[in-house]
Design a protein around this ligand. Structure first.
Ligand code: G6P
Length: 372
């Protein structure tokens, strides 16, 4: 078993460390000699893809957070209204789905029953379904109209890590492909964005290489009763995923919030010693989100929170209000989740290990939930 884990103490730790390769493999072989994005697997008529007027992403758990991240990129690049819905909620609200809807089913296993039922429901309404999946030949990609595979390799640990990064990557490729196909204003930037995506594995590796500080903090926090996570824009689903990891494997109460929502409720939770992770958007972003999140850090710190800040290298504005700062390399805003998620995964894995739990087999959870 030790050999299977490649020398790591757990599959989860091994899989966290495999993330640069997971992203790299998912990107591999997707361009032609002219630099155009080719998604050979996407066997849906181009005319149909051009006529799409709405995208609905359906998924559960971590995959649903990957969908939430992807929505920001897909809407931005394609200008197609995009919704993300938990698969088990989607079907029961009589959703507006028709021949012009593209449903994207995100699933690591390809066997999640809730997601499969959402796929069937969408197809009954005439929608085309693209599955983004990590498991060759599993049920969801088989039933979908087309399948785009993530090449993260088998994921064994129940809590998803490398599949999450690969799902974001694949969903981004789909978004770029649709933008290319529809010839919109981002068409000329696609090559540049692909180059930036190709630079991500090395940057993910840098985050992994700098994990010692995160692990040390995790060990010191093993008695924490509750941990909060704040993020905005693509950092919001990252906050949700950071909280989910902690619930899943460390059994700690954890919640993620949109940082802008803080003043509308969650700030009431802040008291002396409350640990709060804050995912800080790039200071090079187009609008003033960075300044707003920095002021959130200031507000919670003034109320006694222990602030644990994930920020870009060179972002000095956060330093004054942060009890702990973990750095990620600079990247375009939309690609930041591929970096900012990693310290949160490492944190949860280390904290759960410090508590003596089996991180690969958390209580009450299954890797793939094949019942509704
Ligand atoms: C289970 C797992 C989660 C996973 C979710 C969706 O609940 O414990 O880690 O995110 O299913 O799985 P899928 O295979 O559809 O991505």
């Amino acid at each position: 078993a030790a050999a299977e884990k490649g020398g790591f103490p757990s599959f989860m730790e091994k899989e966290i460390n495999e993330q640069p390769a997971a992203v790299e493999q998912t990107l591999m072989g997707r361009t032609d000699p002219e630099g155009n994005l080719v998604l050979d697997e996407l066997k849906i008529d181009e005319a149909v893809l051009r006529s799409v007027d709405k995208i609905v992403v359906v998924a559960c758990g971590t995959a649903a957070y990957a969908g939430q991240v992807a929505r920001y990129a897909i809407e931005h690049w394609c200008r197609i209204p995009t919704e993300v819905e938990l698969a088990h909620e989607f079907r029961y609200r009589d959703p507006i789905v028709n021949e012009r809807t593209l449903v994207v089913a995100l699933s690591q296993s390809g066997e999640t029953m809730d997601t499969l039922m959402a796929v069937r429901h969408a197809q009954e309404q005439g929608a085309k379904v693209v599955a983004i999946c990590n498991t060759n030949g599993s049920t969801i990609p088989r039933e979908a109209d087309a399948a785009l595979y993530t090449h993260a390799g088998p994921e064994i640990a129940v809590a998803s890590t490398k599949a999450f990064l690969a799902q974001i990557t694949a969903a981004y490729l789909l978004g770029l492909y649709l933008a290319q196909l529809r010839g919109n204003k981002y068409k000329d930037e696609i090559g540049q964005i692909l180059t930036e995506l190709e630079a991500m594995p090395a940057k993910i590796q840098q985050v992994i290489d700098a994990q010692a500080g995160v692990k040390e903090l995790a060990q010191s926090m093993k008695d924490a009763a509750s941990v909060l996570f704040l993020g905005r824009h693509v950092g919001f689903p990252v906050a949700l995923e950071g909280a989910l990891k902690l619930k899943e494997i460390a059994y700690i109460h954890a919640e993620g919030f949109a940082a802008g929502e803080l003043k509308h409720g969650p700030i009431a939770l802040i008291e002396e010693g409350q640990p709060v992770f804050v995912i800080v958007p790039s200071p090079r972003g187009r609008d003033s989100l960075h300044a707003k999140v920095v002021s959130n850090i200031q507000e919670i710190r003034a109320r006694g929170a222990v602030t644990i800040v994930i920020a870009e290298e060179g972002d000095e504005a956060v330093a004054d209000y942060a009890n702990h700062v973990f750095r990620v390399p600079q990247s375009p805003v939309l690609l930041q989740p591929l970096l900012t998620t990693v310290p949160l995964q490492i944190f949860a894995c280390e904290l759960a290990t410090a508590k003596g739990y089996d991180v690969d087999q958390p209580r009450n959870l299954a890797k793939s939930v094949t019942v509704e």
